[in-house]
Design a binder for this molecule. Structure first.
Ligand SMILES: [Mn+2]
Length: 329
């Protein structure tokens, strides 16, 4: 729900502002917070991005002015008590981690959520929740435009990257003409796609490719040919020395299969299995994930299944695939 006037009023009335995002942040969370931070600085605000942990090396190109700190560095850079905490790309304070949750409670700051995930805050005054938005980065871009703050290349690159990553390179049904309109405006500041694309997708190690090759060579298809899946184990991650973060995109490789409507990735962590789901067909994997105890968007969702009662990985896969078949085919 776009409630720009109230949101903009709150932003303009506040001076000491902390922007944060969810734990283990992705480029949408990080890009959105950096862009909003730079925009609010142009209004003369005392503002900083503070996450549970410092920025990972791979995202530093988005933050040349060092506006993002980990919570433990906050005091050095930001002495004031925040009046306002803006949470982007998630919609509960708990998802920002216990350090930020404690800060929110102890400071007594107001909290605003800017997010595109389905949630309880939907429709509540003051927050900016749009579950149809392709990325939080798109929402932040539209907010910055509505505030008539000039978008410069330092704001444009994190927003471009946020939208690129959350749409898996513009391939989901959530991508609209408005998305591309904003992308055009971002590019007109002079930023170039390779900078974002290579920063996110073009910085892998050779071990990453070897693991991807192994995982893809064992990809499976159900008997209808419309559901494809891959399996990744914690042992393989260790063996190939690949970061979990680097494996999130593995599932996207399945989306190129002819007639495939839904793709899954099962990551066996030992005592539990993380199940990621993607859809490029308009079929709703979000409700499938909810049925399995998880959640997410209609095109991208996930859940975690614990190996209780002796359930092994094969049984979990079989159950999940048949649940998907029942739900959407
Ligand atoms: Mn997002």
């Amino acid at each position: 729900m776009r409630n720009f006037p109230e949101l903009i009023h709150t932003l303009k009335e506040s001076n000491n502002i902390v922007i944060t995002t969810h734990l283990i942040p992705d480029a949408d969370g990080i890009g959105s917070e950096i862009a909003l931070c730079l925009a609010l600085k142009k209004l003369g605000k005392n503002v900083i991005c503070c996450n549970d942990e410092p920025l990972l090396e791979r995202y530093r190109y988005l933050d040349p002015h060092h506006n993002v700190v980990g919570h433990d560095q906050l005091k050095e850079k930001f002495e004031q008590t925040p009046e306002l905490i803006v949470v982007v790309d998630t919609n509960t304070i708990e998802r920002t981690g216990h350090k930020l949750t404690t800060l929110a409670h102890s400071s007594g700051a107001d909290i605003i959520y800017i997010d595109h995930h389905p949630c309880k805050q939907h429709g509540k005054n003051g927050h900016y929740i749009d579950t149809s938005a392709a990325a939080t980065g798109q929402m932040v871009g539209e907010l910055i435009k509505e505030m008539q703050i000039e978008i410069d290349p330092y704001i444009a690159l994190p927003l471009y990257t946020a939208i690129l990553i959350d749409t898996s390179s513009f391939r989901y049904p959530t991508v609209t003409a408005d998305t591309h309109q904003l992308i055009a405006e971002l590019m007109s500041t002079g930023i170039k796609p390779p900078l974002a694309y290579n920063g996110i997708y073009g910085a892998k190690k050779i071990e990453h490719m070897h693991l991807l090759g192994k995982v893809l060579s064992n990809a499976s298809l159900d008997n209808t040919g419309s559901i494809a899946w891959i399996v990744l184990t914690a042992d393989e991650l260790e063996e190939y020395d690949v970061d979990i973060e680097d494996t999130h995109g593995f599932i996207n490789n399945l989306l190129i299969l002819d007639k495939v409507k839904i793709t899954c990735m099962f990551r066996d962590d030992g005592d539990r299995v993380k199940v990621s789901l993607r859809s490029t067909s308009g079929l709703d994997v979000g409700s499938v994930a909810i049925n399995l105890g998880g959640g997410g968007h209609s095109h991208s969702a996930a859940t975690i299944i614990y190996k209780e009662n002796g359930q092994d990985l094969d049984l979990i896969i079989k159950n999940v695939i048949s649940k998907i078949q029942e739900a959407v085919l």
